[in-house]
Design a protein around this ligand. Sequence first.
Ligand code: HEC
Length: 127
Amino acid sequence: MKITYLIISILTGICFLTSCESNFIRFEDEGTYVTDTTSPIDLVSFQTAIVPIIQNNCASCHFAGTNPDLESPGMYDVIINHSYINLGDPENSGLLILPDPGHADDYLTGTEHTLIITWIEQGALNN
Ligand code: HEC
């Protein structure tokens, strides 16, 4: 029995030691700095994350030809031109609180709402 415990302890120790991630800046060879290309923060992409949310949840009513047009690919300009973004207070952005607070949230999940807020907090970029 003792030997079983010993083996289990050693195996657990090995797993524990090998599971650590190393965060060292690595050098290919002495003096060559390898650039870290990973993004420090995950930027929410307007084109790939926000446009589909709005098209799927808002365009059934706000389709092309209506005002605001939240269906066409050019919806970034629509959002900006209507001053629907409040960078200083994202939760109070017109996109989410016009014509009355809760309007957009009737059609958004909590996750979608949060993603839109994060996108605004990051500067509401056309990225
Ligand atoms: C079921 C239909 C419907 C859906 C879905 C819908 N809306 Fe609307 N929305 C309306 C109507 C109708 C108005 C106009 C109300 C008014 O002018 O009093 C409006 C008005 C607005 C306005 C104010 C327009 C302005 O400039 O005065 C904004 C902003 C808006 N909606 C955003 C959204 C967003 C964002 C979504 C999706 C998350 C969405 N709406 C989904 C029907 C809808």
